[in-house]
Write a protein that binds this ligand. Structure first.
Ligand code: FE2
Length: 192
């Protein structure tokens, strides 16, 4: 058995224009910059790197801008990484506390003219608002200036690994919280 991870904690994104990315992540999404450097690469040119965070950790995202002289010339970034047939990132996700906070994000993004490219929806085959997919989480998706798709979500299913099912108590409480009767809604089976 491998040793345990604590959690997935940060990601690093190569960006076209650091100023546009900082505007998006800091002004719209509320990240704070902790440090910012020009970085000598092994190949003799400089990239710029910005550490930004939405927690008390030093960084949750590193924004790396490739030196102007070494930018890829013929590769246009996607407008939405979820929709491309290119290997690499599909999307990454931020969890919010509950449905109330989730709704606040929907309003905030709309007010700031950020296009929601998918959702809001509930990833569930049985929830009355479900879209037929999996995880039980309420989600919406939008893109950063380089087309990296970002998800905001709440209420992802807890798993009971002893039975390999969605946790009963979690499921009942969630359905009730959303205003439905847990006795009338089936708990989805996990497909494995
Ligand atoms: Fe996701």
């Amino acid at each position: 058995m491998p040793p345990e991870f604590k959690k997935l904690q940060h990601l690093a994104l190569k960006v076209r224009n650091i100023q546009n990315s900082l505007k998006f992540y800091c002004d719209i999404l509320g990240f704070k910059t902790t440090e910012s450097y020009r970085l000598d690469t092994e190949k003799g040119y400089q990239d710029s790197i910005n550490f930004i965070t939405c927690s008390n950790k030093h960084h949750v995202i590193n924004l790396v801008q490739i030196s102007e002289s070494h930018k890829p010339k013929d590769i246009e970034p996607p407008s939405n990484s979820r929709d491309t047939h290119v290997y690499g990132l599909h999307h990454f996700a931020f969890e919010v506390k509950n449905k109330t906070e989730f709704k606040k994000w929907e309003v905030h993004l709309t007010e700031n003219k950020i296009k929601i490219v998918k959702g809001p929806l509930v990833h569930s085959p049985t929830h009355p608002e479900g879209d037929g997919s999996w995880g039980e989480n309420r989600a919406l998706y939008f893109c950063d200036p380089d087309g990296n798709a970002i998800e905001i979500f709440c209420d992802m299913a807890n798993i009971n690994f002893a039975t390999h099912e969605i946790d009963d108590l979690w499921f009942r409480q969630r359905i009730k919280k959303d205003g439905f009767d847990p006795l009338e809604i089936l708990k989805p089976d996990l497909n494995i």
